[in-house]
Write a protein of this length. Structure first.
Length: 67
């Protein structure tokens, strides 16, 4: 089994309304989940889940006072 490459990564665009961002998303199937982890996308505009490798990308500026 080949390891995923940077091109294979799953990217999810999120908006300020989605903050704070956590993985897995509520829409994922129960069998396909891992422990919930909150991701600091506000800091750099992008964060990668340490469990599954999904990349969350902030589309637009973070709202004032967001976590």
């Amino acid at each position: 089994m080949a390891l995923p490459t940077e091109l294979d990564r799953h990217v999810v665009d999120v908006s300020a309304a989605d903050l704070p961002v956590h993985c897995p998303l509520p829409t994922q199937k129960l069998w396909n989940t891992h422990p919930r982890v909150y991701l600091p996308v506000e800091a750099t505009g992008e964060a990668k889940c340490p469990y599954c490798g999904t990349v969350y990308r902030l589309a637009g500026p973070a709202r004032a006072g967001s976590h």
